[in-house]
Ligand binder design. Structure first.
Ligand SMILES: Cc1cc2nc3c(=O)[nH]c(=O)nc-3n(C[C@H](O)[C@H](O)[C@H](O)COP(=O)(O)O)c2cc1C
Ligand code: SF4
Ligand code: SF4
Length: 264
């Protein structure tokens, strides 16, 4: 097989981008990294391997770090990153490069794509329909260029910004969201919940249990926001801060795709 792209997605942006790239490249297999992240997991033999993920706090999501930490490549493929973000990728692809280097692998190129923001809380950066369409169109327009760089095995610096200031900014905002605001603890289902169980089935970390009486969120949340955005009743909130905020998912991605990511 020529190319394998591992992907992680919360609201479908990264999956849609990875799919478009796979179609453009041809002979490419998409694998949910959620299903290949046990220690010592061996990637299938491929000439090129992509790692596609959303930017979280100007960095990689924790679950993607865990995947990279555990994965072993078969041989020395050309490795590239594909990061989707709302506006700014920060040093996310640089962190991927560093993590791979710790394992003696090389990140040969890292591409970032700006897509609708799925972070809702104090701010809503999703944009109106026109802005979202502009972003989707810009991604489609850029995919052939990215594919041709990958085909040519170009060696490129990761896109984004590796400044120390942004790194600290990302760490502070992650800390604010995780420890001080305590997102995992404040996740809860409101009375709008009808116990359909979708949140529990799509959560990538199996952090949610739904019973007849309650929806219980445990402490292992990677802050992907999938449960919040995919709940058909819009019943999942983080404290009061997501209340009344719009929900989002990429228009070409479905709940079935999200279940596929979990291996359901
Ligand atoms: C917890 C969290 C943190 C985020 N941090 C950033 C960020 O630092 N910079 C940015 O441009 N977008 C940020 N975003 C927005 C996502 O990176 C963007 O919407 C991405 O395309 C979502 O991809 P997905 O649908 O595959 O999950 C963040 C989203 C979440 C949920
Ligand atoms: S997805 Fe929403 S409605 Fe369904 S069980 Fe979860 S919180 Fe309740
Ligand atoms: S609890 Fe929700 S936000 Fe946290 S990892 Fe699961 S789906 Fe993502």
């Amino acid at each position: 097989m020529k190319t394998v792209i591992y992907y992680f997605t919360g609201t479908g942006n990264t999956l849609a981008a990875a799919r478009a790239l796979a179609t453009e490249l041809g002979d490419t297999k998409l694998i949910p990294l959620r299903r290949a992240m046990y220690y010592g997991a061996l990637a299938p033999k491929a000439d090129a391997v992509g790692i596609a993920f959303p930017v979280h706090f100007l960095d990689m999501p924790v679950i993607v770090r865990q995947f990279v930490f555990n994965i072993l490549f078969d041989g020395r493929p050309y490795v590239f990153g594909l990061a989707t973000c709302g506006e700014r990728p920060g040093g996310a692809l640089y962190r991927l490069k560093e993590l791979l280097e710790e394992k003696t692998y090389t990140l040969s190129a890292g591409f970032s794509l700006v897509m609708p923001g799925n972070y809702i809380g104090p701010v809503d950066l999703m944009g109106d329909a026109r802005r979202r369409d502009e972003k989707y169109a810009a991604v489609q327009a850029r995919i052939p260029e990215i594919a041709s760089a990958i085909r040519a095995r170009e060696i490129l610096l990761p896109e984004g910004n590796n400044s120390g200031l942004l790194k600290i900014g990302g760490q502070i905002s992650r800390k604010l969201a995780t420890s001080m605001y305590n997102t995992p603890k404040r996740l809860h289902a409101t009375e709008a919940c009808n116990r359909c169980g979708i949140c529990s089935r799509i959560c990538p970390t199996r952090n949610i249990t739904v019973s007849n009486d309650a929806v219980i969120f445990d402490g292992d949340c990677t802050q992907c926001y999938a449960c919040i955005h995919w709940c058909p009743k819009e019943a999942i909130e983080i404290g009061g801060r997501t209340k009344g905020k719009r929900r989002y998912h990429h228009p070409d991605v479905t709940i079935k795709d999200m279940l596929e990511q979990r291996g359901e």
